[in-house]
Design a protein around this ligand. Structure first.
Ligand SMILES: Nc1ncnc2c1ncn2[C@@H]1O[C@H](COP(=O)(O)OP(=O)(O)O)[C@@H](O)[C@H]1O
Ligand SMILES: O=C(O)C1=C[C@@H](OP(=O)(O)O)[C@@H](O)[C@H](O)C1
Length: 284
């Protein structure tokens, strides 16, 4: 029994670590998952880009998906392998993309085509079970699964708003990695009044301005330099630290992003162009 699915990476509008309300937008970077089910009794995971990566999230996703979408006689056990364009632990929602792709691939192996939000909530549950998240990150998971930009309540796993957006995107990804589970939640709580302002802007469809305020507040709270965002500000519509970092994402028009690319190319790491995606995850 074989299944295959793809889900998207995303950038941050509002980091949910302060108040539980978060917002993210899907980008054109994909994670693919292939699931084979058998009756071995155990699930083993593999990450194509990193043999030492933590595979508990994708293994737990297969277990939960079999429980939910399999019938009583469904085999329990198998393997899952991910292949990803989304850099791991760089603030671009690699965990959400891997979880969504895996849940859909496991459902596909069982011959099911589940409701996307139900599948997304299952992946969030898996992330909570294995401890790779602080709030569950339903903001990131919903953007990765549905496409577009979403605003969510991560305490109740409800979507507060979703919009389709067509933005050009510039991403700077430094070489360092920052795991969400290690983020300084107390410092994030200190910037809650700013997070509330960002949520108001996002719910008023002022996503780009929301991003910029988010970036200033969370760079300060999490100890990242605001300099890459500040130097981009005259040239773009919005720019922010993405998630718990270290990547920085900017949205705007082509010529403005070209100018920022020149500035960010001076920095170590990788600066790359992409676009938003409104189509979300899919079984293939
Ligand atoms: N391609 C992948 N395949 C399997 N698991 C992954 C993959 N990418 C990320 N993960 C899981 O997500 C964790 C990183 O999550 P997190 O720190 O939240 O990073 P991000 O901000 O990129 O989502 C990894 O330790 C691993 O457990
Ligand atoms: O673990 C979490 O609850 C979250 C992690 C952060 O994202 P990253 O995983 O991209 O750092 C943040 O942006 C999100 O709103 C909530």
């Amino acid at each position: 029994m074989h299944g295959h699915a793809v889900a998207l990476g995303a950038g941050t509008v509002l980091n949910a670590l302060s108040t539980g309300t978060g917002s993210a937008f899907a980008i054109d970077a994909e994670t693919a998952a292939t699931v084979e089910l058998d009756d071995s009794g155990t699930v083993t995971g593999e990450v194509a880009e990193d043999v030492d990566a933590d595979t508990r999230l994708i293994e737990r996703c297969v277990e939960l998906a079999v429980e939910r979408y399999g019938d009583d006689g469904a085999p329990f056990g198998g393997s899952v392998r991910t292949e990803s364009d989304v850099p791991m632990a760089a603030g671009l929602k690699s965990s959400s993309a891997a979880a969504n792709a895996t849940v859909l691939a496991a459902a596909d192996a069982l011959g099911a085509d589940p409701d996307r939000l139900d599948a997304c909530r299952l992946g969030v549950r898996a992330a909570r079970d294995v401890g790779v998240t602080v709030t569950g990150a339903f903001d990131d998971a919903s953007a990765s699964m549905l496409g577009g930009v979403t605003v969510t309540d991560n305490d109740t796993d409800e979507v507060l708003a979703r919009d389709e957006v067509t933005w050009d995107v510039l991403v700077w990804t430094p070489d360092e990695r920052a795991y969400s589970a290690d983020a300084d939640v107390e410092q994030c709580a200190n910037v809650a009044p700013m997070a509330e302002l960002v949520a108001d802007l996002a719910l008023d469809d002022r996503y780009a301005e929301a991003m910029t305020v988010n970036g200033l507040a969370f760079s300060a709270a999490l100890g990242f330099s605001p300099r890459p965002a500040v130097e981009a500000m005259p040239h773009v519509a919005g720019v922010s630290l993405s998630g718990t970092g270290p990547s920085v994402v900017a949205v705007g028009d082509d010529s403005g992003l070209d100018r920022v690319q020149e500035l960010w190319d001076e920095r170590s790491g990788r600066t790359w162009r992409t676009t938003t995606r409104n189509d979300g995850a899919r079984i293939q």
